[in-house]
Every structure is written in structure tokens, then in C-alpha cells.
Design a protein around this ligand. Structure first.
Ligand SMILES: [Zn+2]
Length: 82
């Protein structure tokens, strides 16, 4: 399977974490992304299972996003980009 390009980063995106599924399929477009809500808060959204959190302190959200990415086995619907 060939490596795919990671989708562009919108300004609000702080970080992205490759999910377990993304690692298995070697697909950088399968990730959890952390989005800025305001100066100190952010929320995350998983592009595989559609889980989205309410805004928390940015550091907390990044830890949660990474923890989710490490165990999320959901697969994105084929043909739906980001
Ligand atoms: Zn997920």
C-alpha cells in the first residue's frame, strides 16, 4: 500500500495524531486532530469514529487526543476525505 499525502492543515489545527488504524494501513489521513477553540482551549475530533470532545485546556485535549488515537480502531468511510 502506498503512503498517502496528509491533508492540508487549516489554521485552527494544533496537532494531529495518527490512529491505530492509520498506523496499520500506513495512511496519514487517518488521524485525530486537535482544533483551537480560543487562546487556552481546544477540542479534538477523530476522523475515523467521529468522536468529538467539548473544549478543554489545550494540553489536556492534546493528551486525550493522543490517548484516543492510540486505541481507536475505527475505519474511515471509504471515499470521504477528511
Ligand atoms: Zn476514533
Amino acid at each position: 500500500m502506498s503512503a498517502q499525502e496528509q491533508p492540508a492543515w487549516p489554521d485552527a489545527v494544533i496537532a494531529r495524531y495518527l490512529t491505530l488504524s492509520g498506523e496499520v494501513f500506513r495512511d496519514p489521513s487517518i488521524y485525530v486532530e486537535v482544533l483551537r477553540n480560543d487562546e487556552q482551549h481546544a477540542f479534538y475530533r477523530c476522523h475515523c469514529c467521529s468522536r468529538q470532545t467539548l473544549p478543554e485546556f489545550t494540553g489536556v485535549t492534546q493528551d486525550q487526543a493522543q490517548a484516543h488515537a492510540e486505541k481507536c480502531r475505527a475505519l474511515p468511510r471509504p471515499g470521504v476525505a477528511s
